[in-house]
Ligand binder design. Structure first.
Ligand code: PLP
Length: 396
C-alpha cells in the first residue's frame, strides 16, 4: 500500500487503511479490527455491507447469467424497472451504470426537449453548491470550480442560481431565453447537507414554476434516493411531481448501477436510438436492484432510518449544543455542523484512528453521517458516543 510507485492514477488520495470484509454497519481490516461505518461507501451500502439477500441474489445470478445485451429482452430488467418506477411514481426508466451517467441521460433529455421547441442553445438552470458528477456535461452542472477547472466545459449551457431561492429561478427565466429545465438535489450532499430554507416546499415552488414555463423539472436523487431520507425518494416528502428523477448510489447497495426515470413532459423524449449503454440493466445488476427494492418495500427499514436518524440528531444536538454544534438532515442523511472556523483538517483521521469510526466532512465544517438505514439502536448509541467524544476533544 505504501509502495513508492502506484499503477493507479492519483485522482484520489486514499486514507492509509484498507478493509477486507464488511458486515452490516461494520468494516474490518485484515487483522479483524472493527470500524463503525457511518459513511457506507458514500451513501451506497444503505442496506448495510453484504446484506444477505443482496449477496444471495448476486451469487445466484452470477452462476446463472451475468450479461446478454439490451439487444435482447431482459426479464430481470423489466422486474427491476417495475419495482423502481412504482416506488418512485414514475412511468419508465433507463438503466445506466453510475450517477453521472444517469444525470447525463437527464441532461440529454433537456437538450432534446429544447431541440423539439426549435431552440438553438437550450439552457438548464442549476444550483450553487450542486454536485452532479464528473462526466464533461455533469461536471459543468456541478458548482465546485475545482472540479471544472481545465476541462473547457460548456458553462454557457447552464445558468447557476442560489439553492432554495425561487425568485432567483424566476429572475433567471426573465434574463435568459431558451431555458428548458431545472436540475437540483433535494438535499445537497457534497455541498454540505444543505436543505432549502422553505424545506421540501421549495420543490413544490419549483414544480409550479416549471409547469408555468413548460420546463422539465429534473431531480438528482443519486445520493438522497433509495430510502436514504426515510422515503424511497426525498422529493416524496413534498407534493412535487418531477418529470425526471436520476438515481444511483444506494440503488445497487454496492453493485454499480444508475437509473434515469421519466414521466410527464419527459415521458416520450427518448425513443429508439436516442440513448444507450452496453452494460446498463444487465441481468445481474437488475436483479440486485429488484432485491434492494424488495427489501426496502417489505421491511421496516425506511421507518428505521427515520427513527434512528431522528434519535442520532436529537441526542447529538442535546449533548453538544453548549459547544455551538447543530444538526440537520433527514433520515440517515445527517449533517453535524461544527462552529464556523473549526479546523476539521484531521477530524476524519482522528475519528478513524482514535474512535474506529468512518465518516467524512463536506462543506468545510459539516460532518456528514450516512449510516446504513438498518442501523441498530446500540450501534446508533456507539456512533453518538464516539462522535461526541471526538467533537468535545476537538472543540475544547
Ligand atoms: C455521487 C453523486 C453523483 C455522481 O455519481 P457517480 O456514481 O459518482 O457518477 C451525482 N449526483 C449526486 C447528488 C451525487 O451525490
Amino acid at each position: 500500500m505504501s509502495a513508492s510507485h502506484s499503477y493507479i492514477m492519483p485522482t484520489y488520495s486514499p486514507q492509509p487503511i484498507s478493509f477486507t470484509r464488511g458486515e452490516g454497519s461494520w468494516l474490518y481490516t485484515a487483522d479483524n479490527t472493527p470500524y463503525l461505518d457511518a459513511l457506507t461507501g458514500i451513501a451506497v451500502c444503505g442496506l448495510g455491507h453484504c446484506h444477505p439477500k443482496v449477496t444471495q441474489a448476486i451469487q445466484e445470478q452470477a452462476a446463472t447469467l451475468v450479461h446478454t445485451s439490451n439487444l435482447f429482452q431482459i426479464e430481470w430488467q423489466e422486474k427491476a424497472a417495475e419495482a423502481l418506477c412504482t416506488a418512485a411514481g414514475m412511468d419508465s426508466v433507463f438503466f445506466a451504470n453510475s450517477g453521472a451517467e444517469a444525470n447525463e441521460a437527464a441532461l440529454k433529455m433537456a437538450r432534446l426537449y429544447g431541440h423539439q421547441k426549435g431552440y438553438k442553445k437550450p439552457k438548464v438552470i442549476v444550483m450553487e453548491k450542486s454536485f452532479h458528477g464528473r462526466t464533461l456535461l455533469t461536471v459543468t452542472a456541478t458548482a465546485n470550480p475545482k472540479a471544472r477547472e481545465g476541462f473547457f466545459t460548456l458553462d454557457s449551457d447552464f445558468i447557476r442560481v442560489p439553492f432554495g431561492d425561487i425568485e432567483a429561478i424566476r429572475q433567471a427565466a426573465q434574463d435568459n431565453e431558451e431555458v428548458t429545465a431545472v436540475l437540483l438535489e433535494p438535499i445537497q450532499g457534497e455541498g454540505g447537507l444543505n436543505t432549502a430554507k422553505d424545506g421540501f416546499a421549495y420543490l413544490e415552488q419549483v414544480q409550479a414554476l416549471c409547469d408555468e414555463q413548460d420546463w422539465l423539472f429534473m431531480i438528482d436523487e443519486v445520493q438522497t434516493g433509495n430510502g436514504r431520507t426515510g422515503k424511497y425518494f426525498a422529493f416524496q416528502h413534498s407534493n412535487a411531481k418531477p418529470d425526471v428523477v436520476s438515481t444511483a448510489k444506494g440503488l445497487g447497495n454496492g453493485f454499480p448501477i444508475g437509473a434515469c426515470m421519466v414521466r410527464g413532459r419527459a415521458r416520450d423524449l427518448f425513443q429508439v436510438g436516442s440513448h444507450g449503454s452496453t452494460y446498463g440493466g444487465t441481468p445481474l445488476g437488475s436483479r440486485v436492484v429488484h432485491t434492494v427494492y424488495d427489501v426496502l418495500s417489505n421491511t421496516d427499514i425506511m421507518q428505521n432510518a427515520v427513527t434512528e436518524g431522528n434519535y442520532i440528531q436529537q441526542t447529538l444536538s442535546e449533548e453538544l449544543k453548549e459547544l455551538g454544534v447543530t444538526t440537520r438532515g433527514h433520515g440517515m442523511m445527517i449533517g453535524v455542523v461544527l462552529p464556523k472556523g473549526t479546523d476539521c483538517g484531521s477530524f476524519v483521521d482522528q475519528a478513524r484512528d482514535t474512535e474506529q469510526l468512518i465518516l467524512n466532512i463536506t462543506g468545510g465544517h459539516v460532518i456528514r453521517l450516512l449510516p446504513p438505514l438498518n442501523m441498530k439502536r446500540d450501534e446508533s448509541d456507539q456512533l453518538i458516543e464516539r462522535l461526541s467524544r471526538l467533537i468535545k476533544a476537538t472543540l475544547n
